[in-house]
Design a protein around this ligand. Sequence first.
Ligand code: XIL
Length: 383
Amino acid sequence: MITICSLLLALSAVGRTPPFAQVGVTPPTRTQPGLRALAKRHHLNIGSAMPVASLRNDIDSGQYSAAAIYTFNMLEPENDFKPPAVWTGPREYRFTEGDFLLGEPGKTGWAQAHGFKVRGHVLVYAQDFGYTLPQWLRKSESSLSKEDASALLHDYIFALAGRYRGKVAMWDVANEAIDDRPNQNPYNLRNSFWFRKLGPEFLVLAFKWAHEADPRAELYYNEYGIEGGGQKAQHLLDLVKWLKEQGAPIKGVGLQYHIDCHTSISPGDGHYKLIDDLQRLRLAYMITELDVAVRLRLPSANTNRDQLPNDPNDIDAQARVYASVFQMALSSRNCHGVQIWGLNDRYSWIPGVSQGRNGLATILDRDYKPKPAYAAIEDLLRK
Ligand code: XIL
């Protein structure tokens, strides 16, 4: 209840008239900081993935942006900086969403106006399907020489990272380049368009060009399925070690952390060991896409409605998992932040990607009310 009050306080603080009646509560009567204010005490970057359109259109009568401002100090455009969204043709780019968020050159945008750091995601998404690689590029694969491909990538990185130079705190330079199944490639790299065209070097080049385009941005290699250790994590460690040896200006590794409510994370286990291994390589890390999925009672045809947990205890289990991730982040020297993949359960990608089997994966419910997971993080940050 207290947290709901403080959410409402934040709603009023950003100068809107929130639809109080809609959520069935009265206006706030006391002050309590939201997660954003508590995170400040710990110098913690706490972020969320958000579609820029949700901010631009001030969706849900302003509740979306108000909850964002109250809860987070960092944001990452969920899809708007992915290559297919920006790179519309050979040397043709679309910057509409980026300009709204960060301002066109010489100006500022929504993020600066509301005190958000921005993570850019992602310069090279090393898979070949629709939301990762522009399909015009894929179609022209056979007619592009290695030099052509290299020049296109160079110009793309300079166009995007250069346009927002000095405004982006961190860039995911490359994402998901390592294969899940063993193959014969160095570092088990995926057989992606960029690998086929340029070999493993595409990663070194992307880091170098990103650094030249925006020297102040922290540069990350981002990956899924490595949290907790295992074979893929070992490939990752080998890869980033090699990248450093090649002189790639890599600051850290983004650990996606798409996990579920039965995941165990505690000191001394594989999660902590990976963090230590990265520290030994003098690399930072960031939890970049945290969500903690819960099994739903029924697979739902309409994946965004009427979600109920199959086991009601899972909501508390989820809170403990969220707390354990934040605990790890707060206890390690090389953590540069924690970011949740989706502002609330309504806009999370989990129901969609699991065909309605899983959901309820974020810390605010579909009506923006703080969940037990939110309270668990709040308790930790209060200490
Ligand atoms: C997801 C988005 O959340 C969805 O909206 C989109 O349809 C597909 O991509 N790893 C990543 C993210 O690095 O970019 C993905 O985002 C989720 C998995």
